[in-house]
Design a protein around this ligand. Structure first.
Ligand SMILES: *Cc1c(COP(=O)(O)O)cnc(C)c1O
Length: 373
């Protein structure tokens, strides 16, 4: 039996093990373990790479979102619109900033927040929208920015899954006031530990984020605002500088893998992911919609194929948000997706044989074959 995991960090890390060791040693010798020169170098490289003037390295993707919300002045009494189908952090940060998350349904074909529902959710208390570029595809940013402009709202992109994605040839993280990245080990640019980044074209906003990263300190021991410890470890930045060199190649491999699945899964009764023609997706996940999902997942696992359900429970059904009183039946697209979504291995180290094997297992489960109509 073949073993095809959701990740293969072992073979991936072998590619640059020596470079990483050298980078780590240099940091050990430097004794500047926090916010050291490698952090500034990593920030400069990222800003240049995406053509977004300011990059602020922080402690995690979650902290990037929280810090951006704090810098935008979001707090008690404010409402922030988020998709209900996303990773928990998107809404958790809103609550931690003191504001109230307002959940909105998604477009079931792209898995991203539905702009029509966003427009309906705006109230006099709304201050911000956090579109999530889920699975590596950008949300409908023109429509979202138009709604934001009408209501004088801030747009903060949750681009944790979308590093390198573009929307109408413009990069994720450069489509709103600020964009947030995560370098959690499983992300497309995964570090060796936690890490995150805020990117923005707004100089004053960037300066505020830099201050909030160090407890809001403006001058030594002077705090005009209350921030937190959002700093990035130097070691993490040094390693990410090594891995960044491989990002383009890895993204290309993910795209090729996805294109192969699109063909290989032809004839199976599953909906393949839809990418809008103006979007360049980076396939953090390759997520299908399928019948008998849990049975299919069990079948794949029995045959050595890793797969995952992202996400089985939407935010509007999370116990901790029960007090918000969201109507549980107001998000039919999300509920349907939560029951049917399944993510297949799409990571850069997969071989053509791995991809064929995964597709064969799916066809075998449904009794179909490639090209069957
Ligand atoms: C991973 C992720 C985050 C949080 O990033 P961390 O680095 O794990 O804190 C936020 N939003 C989304 C959509 C994510 O996938």
């Amino acid at each position: 039996m073949r073993n095809v995991g959701m990740l293969d960090l072992e073979s991936e890390n072998e590619l640059f093990a020596d470079e990483v060791r050298a980078a780590v040693e240099a940091v050990l010798d430097s004794r500047q373990y926090v916010n050291g020169p490698a952090v500034a170098e990593f920030e400069a490289k990222m800003a240049a790479r995406f053509g977004i003037a300011h990059a602020i390295g922080v402690s995690s993707g979650t902290d990037a979102i929280l810090c951006a919300l704090m810098a935008a002045g979001i707090g008690p009494g404010d409402e922030v619109i988020v998709p209900t189908f996303t990773f928990f952090a998107t809404a958790g940060c809103v609550h931690r900033a003191g504001a109230t998350p307002v959940f909105v349904d998604i477009d079931p074909r792209t898995f991203n927040i539905d702009p029509a529902r966003v427009a309906e959710a705006v109230t006099t208390k709304t201050r911000a929208i956090i579109p999530v570029h889920l699975f590596g595809q950008c949300a409908e940013m023109d429509e979202i920015n138009e709604i934001a402009a009408r209501g004088d709202l801030v747009v903060i992109e949750d681009a944790a899954q979308a590093i390198g994605a573009t929307y109408k040839d413009r990069p994720a993280c450069g489509l709103g006031l600020a964009g947030c990245l995560s370098f959690y080990p499983t992300k497309n640019l995964g570090g060796f530990g936690e890490g995150g980044m805020i990117l923005t074209r707004d100089e004053a906003f960037a300066e505020l984020c830099r201050r909030l990263r160090v407890h809001g300190e403006s001058k030594r021991y002077v705090h005009e605002r209350i921030g937190a410890n959002f700093r990035m470890d130097t070691m993490k930045a040094a390693i990410l500088l090594v891995k960044l060199k491989y990002l383009n190649e890895f993204t290309t491999r993910r795209r090729n893998n996805a294109a192969k699945y699109d063909t290989l899964l032809d004839g199976a009764p599953v909906e393949r992911p839809l990418v809008r023609d103006y979007n360049a997706c980076v396939y953090h996940q390759y997520s299908i919609l399928c019948e008998r999902r849990d049975e299919l997942a069990a079948h794949l696992k029995e045959h050595g194929v890793g797969c995952g359900v992202y996400y089985p429970i939407p935010l509007h059904r999370q116990p901790c948000f029960g007090h918000l009183g969201a109507d549980p039946d107001a998000f039919p697209n999300t509920d349907r997706v939560c029951e049917r979504v399944l993510s297949l291995p799409v990571h850069p180290m997969l071989t053509d044989d791995d991809l064929s094997y995964v597709a064969e297992c799916i066809h075998a489960f449904y009794g179909t074959h490639q090209g069957m109509v």
